[in-house]
Design a protein around this ligand. Sequence first.
Ligand code: FNR
Length: 189
Amino acid sequence: SELKILAVSGSLRSASYNSALARAAQKHAPGDMAVEIYEGLRDLPLYDQDLDTDTPPAAVADLRRRITEADGLFIATPEYNYGIPGALKNALDWASRPSRGSSLTGKPIAVSGAAPTNFGTVRAQLALRQMFLWTDSDVVRKPEVQIFRAHERFDETGNLTDESTIALLRDLLDALDRRIRDRRTIAAS
Ligand code: FNR
């Protein structure tokens, strides 16, 4: 059956490399995988535990439902000041509650990122992987997809044109695909 993946870019910028990377994941996904792009990052309120009730804000309920319904997540993160951009962290904080059995619990996740710098997103991805320990998510460990010097790998319209990067991205999506199917096999046995 077809696997449903929700792709989240951590950037709100219209010409974002990370949003371009999310679109590349959609384009280069294996044949049994459908990638949908989450566009709701800017509609989420700032995380506030007072708003985190049985009837959370509509944008939050939508985010949680879409993560829950997805078989896996694909995240493309920028690096802001060696860390996770606030808008992305905010979305993941909302998604992580309630802590027991949240939309992120056990969720297969592929982490990636793009930056025009030489070592961009290495630290942000490490911070994401650390965060996903607390949420008990199932993060694919390899391959690591850190697209540094991104301006040399995407064209002006945001198409990923570098063949070796496309191959690396395909490897990550294949690894996510296998992880989801392995979990199903274990759950069924
Ligand atoms: C950056 N940038 C950046 N790059 C990096 O490699 N390490 C870093 O710590 C930072 N810090 C940082 C902070 C802030 C507030 C901004 C706005 C930018 C540069 C960043 O990699 C670049 O702007 C990317 O293009 C952002 O990703 P998108 O928007 O292209 O997806």
